[in-house]
Design a protein around this ligand. Structure first.
Ligand SMILES: [Zn+2]
Length: 233
C-alpha cells in the first residue's frame, strides 16, 4: 500500500485477520526520500514477514511503524535491517558488482552512484555493505545532531587499531564532519578533506592522514561520514 503518509512515516507491515493477508504500508519516494530508501524500507518489512519470531508477533496482532535503514536501537528493527541488506546485496554479488564498477577503491560519491544505479538501495546500507566486504580499509560513521550514533570499521581498519569511535559523543572537533554540522541544512553540500588519523581514533597504528567525506542523508537528520586511507600519502 504505497502512499504519501506523514513526514515521519517510513513503513509498516500488519496482519489483517479478517482476510488472512499481510499488508505493507510504505511511504513513496519523493524529495529527501530516494527510491533506494523505499526499496530498503520494503525489504525491512519483508524481514518482519520472513523472520519466524517477527511473523509470530504480527500474527498476534502486534505492529509498529518501522524505523529502518540502521536508524533504530531496537533489536527487532536491527534484525530486519540486516535481513534487508542481505536480501538486496548478497555479499558475493555485491563484491562482483563493485569490481565491475571500479577497479580501484571507491569514494563516497561512487558508493552513492552504486547505491542508486547498481543496487537500488539506500546509501547507508550500501556503505555498510561496502565496509563489511573488506574491499578496502574504511570506516562508516553516522551522526545525529552532531553526536555519534554508530560506527563500523573494516577488518583492515581494525588491524591498524582504528576500531572504535565512541557513540553518543560529539563528532571530533577537528573533523570535516564537525564543519558540516556547524552549518547544516538539507541542502548542505558534502564536505571532504584530509585529517590526521588521531582526529578520529585514539592511538592508531596508522600514522598518516585519512581521507574524510561527509554528507547529509536526505531528510533523515543524519550525516554519513566515510573514512579511508589517504591514497597519496
Ligand atoms: Zn520494523
Amino acid at each position: 500500500m504505497p502512499g504519501e503518509y506523514g513526514d515521519g512515516f517510513d513503513a509498516r507491515i500488519e496482519y489483517l485477520p479478517e482476510v488472512r493477508r499481510f499488508v505493507i504500508y510504505y511511504r513513496e519516494s519523493g524529495p529527501g526520500r530516494p527510491q533506494g530508501r523505499v526499496h530498503f524500507s520494503i525489504a525491512h518489512e519483508l524481514g518482519h514477514f520472513y523472520i519466524p519470531d517477527h511473523r509470530a508477533r504480527l500474527l498476534k496482532g502486534e505492529m509498529h511503524n518501522s524505523l529502518s535503514d540502521f536508524r533504530s536501537d531496537d533489536a527487532q528493527e536491527q534484525e530486519a535491517d540486516e535481513f534487508a541488506a542481505n536480501l538486496l546485496m548478497p555479499k558475493e554479488l555485491f563484491i562482483n558488482e563493485v569490481r565491475q564498477f571500479r577497479q580501484r577503491v571507491c569514494t563516497l560519491k561512487e558508493i552513492c552512484q552504486m547505491a542508486d544505479q547498481r543496487f537500488g538501495t539506500s546509501i547507508t546500507s550500501t556503505a555498510r555493505r561496502y565496509c563489511q566486504c573488506d574491499i578496502e580499509a574504511c570506516s562508516i560513521v553516522v551522526s545525529e545532531n552532531g553526536l555519534i550514533r554508530w560506527a563500523m570499521h573494516s577488518e583492515d581498519m581494525k588491524r591498524m587499531n582504528m576500531r572504535y569511535v565512541p557513540a553518543r559523543q560529539p563528532v571530533p572537533a577537528m573533523s570535516k564532519t564537525a564543519v558540516l554540522w556547524q552549518t547544516i541544512d538539507e541542502a548542505s553540500e558534502p564536505v571532504e578533506g584530509l585529517v590526521d588519523a588521531e582526529v578520529w581514533f585514539e592511538r592508531p597504528f596508522y600514522k598518516k592522514r585519512l581521507w574524510e567525506e561527509a554528507m547529509v542523508l536526505g531528510n533523515t537528520g543524519l550525516v554519513l561520514t566515510y573514512l579511508t586511507l589517504d591514497a597519496d600519502d
